[in-house]
Design a protein around this ligand. Sequence first.
Ligand code: 4AD
Ligand code: MG
Length: 462
Amino acid sequence: MKRLRINTLLSGGTVGQEVAVGGWVRTRRESKGIAFISLSDGSTQDNLQLVIPEGSPAFRNLAHCNTGAAVKAQGILKESPGKGQKFEVEVSALEVFGDADPVLYPLQKKGHTLEFLRELGHLRPRTNTYGAVFRVRNVLAHAVHEFFQERGFMWMHTPIITASDCEGAGDLFTVTAFDLGKSPGSDNGGFDFSQDFFGKHAYLTVSGQLEAEFLAMALGDVYAFGPTFRAENSNTSRHLSEFWMIEPEMAFADLKDDMQLAEDFFHALCKSVLEKCGDEISFLEKFYKRTSVEELKELAVKPFIHVTYTDAVRELERSKEHFEFPVKWGIDLQSEHERYLTDKVFKGPVIVTDYPKEIKAFYMRLNGDDKTVAAMDVLVPKIGEIIGGSQREERLDVLISRMQQTSVPRENLEWYLDLRRFGSAPHAGFGLGFERLVQYITGMPNIRDVIPCPRAPQTIKF
Ligand code: 4AD
Ligand code: MG
């Protein structure tokens, strides 16, 4: 008999129906000649109770049904007398595929710390916490596509291997086919990349934006959603070396349109989690006391607060808070500053706009004051920046001079300048860090706990 997933069974099953389920044993107990197994199959936050009467042939297999064992059970769906569960299965046949030694299996009943579970990347998806987080992650990924597809944006696959550093920050991983032990050197003692696989220095992309721009300049509204890589040596609770980014890019759009899109997008994502992952959020709220269902309901509708960089700096200068990094106009906002603004001043998501040009990337559109650029960052409580975006510089001469000022080499980006030579138009876009979003919505304290295989400095075990 084909197995039913526990979520399907709980939502659409009928009493008396014959069913088969497969999953991993959470707990087993016996009482007065009846055995009870609590089974999880990852499809829902709920476990299913299997009831095995002593007389049943299934009873003989119970010895191997320890916590962690993989089993398939067949039986009749019954209304459950237990509280908190609608159904249970009275088992007639029980097959044990793989048992789990109770001395060796590391996920016994008691709660483990997230740090301990991080060392068990291959087993942690079986816990309630990670099951919840990964289901929310899946729902959010789907909601991303739903949101853009409904609005006529086309999903474009920007490259993972690239020759350009979009952000100009130099945090790049090199991609090479050299055998590093015996590769040809160049005059200055480095590698001669002209002899490498691509004939030039290649990298893992830090952002799909530059390619999304030329696609938007032909197709109108597009979005990229894929992995991006940063070789920043940041060991923090909000940085990964490999993370997923969603990058919409819109033709004939300015910063205002960009901010409106970011807000609508954020609201839609919160709504879809509320709609589809209420149990997961309630569970996480109970254990981690960070993002609550009530808070999410508010986030799903509340307009973002807007503040210019200049006003935000004024607010920070006025505060009595002791900051590790001193504040004055022109500084890049540090995480402590961002959190002060979101957690203490505005108490919610904030869009900060019009940053000094010196601290932002070369492609952002220069404002009339010649000092600031049409940039926007969305900051959220506890985490800080989750979205970074801007209107793009569409004027060829201004862009060339910005590239010179920021020492961005032109030779790799002539094609990017072409977009300003031929049919240039105002356009804008942003990048949302997918893991930061999942982290914010699930309330997980560390970003390494919202992606199955986190990549960070010195971290690549799984
Ligand atoms: O602000 P960033 O660097 O912007 C860009 O890359 C633009 N090219 C995006 C665009 O306009 N199309 O990165 C965008 C977002 C950040 O706001 C943050 O949420 C996330 O990506 N991010 C990271 N997330 C996890 N780990 C890291 N190391 C991250 N660096 C950036
Ligand atoms: Mg940024």
